[in-house]
Design a protein around this ligand. Structure first.
Ligand code: GLN
Length: 286
């Protein structure tokens, strides 16, 4: 009697099995990653046998996902705007709602003209790189307190051939002393330090310094607003992403610091998510 080796499972069988343990959409991302292929390729080859090495790598990824690790840290990248960005556990994972901040920034940066733009706390570089890619004549400065995050962001700029972003290390405004900008955008940490969400799900794996900011979550936004009048050109804009219950507080902080034209935009879920204001004076970008 001959014993034939167990046939290699195909992609659809692996996905079905994994789908019982983790979100099926996550399983598809992880299998495509283990195969070094796109998801489109995966679906077109659903009945091809999967090589043992790739299947074994996939099993490890599924187990890590089942234990809570975010998919973007397992695959090492995440799509944001038009860019595929490398992410590491030193960077916040770019989120779809942050694309609203990019949209709002672009509305205030006329194309085809020079503009000075800054992204404070750039993380993987998501906001800075999206803006820089859409506004090649803008000069963008991206800062972060984490050197590791800056290295990841700079690598993303290189990978995409985006040359109009400069990376600087330091806390909020400190790397920008003596300079003024037409528009500054930031997705700073804004979760309240005692928020139980920090102890749940994917947030447990992200850099705490990129998520939580003081008792009410507003410490970083307050610090950035405080330094903004000294770093914006007359008519310059300051735009934040913030928590869905923080719109009123952020507008109040901006008004108290002398900003005008304060307004809040809602994200795709209808929640207040991005607030901005302009310094009075001749509009630099308006
Ligand atoms: N939007 C993120 C969350 O609530 C928080 C990101 C941030 O603090 N900037 O999961």
């Amino acid at each position: 009697m001959t014993i034939s080796p167990a046939p290699c499972p195909d992609a659809s069988q692996l996905l079905r099995r994994a789908g019982a343990r983790i979100d099926p959409a996550d399983a598809a991302l992880l299998l495509a990653h283990a195969l070094r292929r796109s998801q489109a390729w995966l679906y077109a080859h659903a009945t091809d046998p999967v090589e043992a090495a790739a299947a074994a790598e996939f099993e490890v990824l599924v187990a890590r996902r089942a234990a809570g690790e975010p998919v973007a840290y397992l695959t090492g990248h995440r799509g944001f705007w038009t860019l595929d960005l490398a992410v590491t556990p030193d960077t916040l994972i770019p989120r779809p709602e942050t694309e609203l901040l990019v949209e709002q920034a672009l509305l205030r940066i006329p194309p085809g003209r020079p503009a000075r733009v800054a992204d404070l706390g750039t993380g993987s570089g998501a906001i800075a790189l999206a803006v820089a890619s859409e506004r090649p004549r803008a000069r963008v400065v991206a800062t972060d307190i984490s050197r590791q995050a800056l290295a990841a962001a700079a690598a993303n700029a290189d990978n995409h051939g985006i040359g109009n972003v400069e990376f600087r290390h330091g806390d909020w405004w400190s790397p920008l002393a003596g300079e003024r900008f037409d528009l500054v955008a930031s997705n700073p940490p804004y979760i309240a330090a005692a928020d139980p969400h920090l102890l749940q799900g994917d947030l447990r794996f992200e850099p705490p310094g990129a998520l939580a900011s003081g008792r009410d979550g507003l410490d970083a936004i307050g610090a950035i607003v405080g330094g903004a009048p000294a770093h914006l050109a007359p008519g310059g804009w300051l735009l934040f992403e913030h928590g869905h219950a923080q719109g009123e507080a952020v507008r109040a902080l901006l008004l108290r610091a002398g900003f005008v034209a304060t307004a809040t935009e809602r994200d795709l879920e209808g929640r207040e998510r991005v607030t901005g204001g302009r310094l009075p004076g001749p509009a630099g970008v308006d």
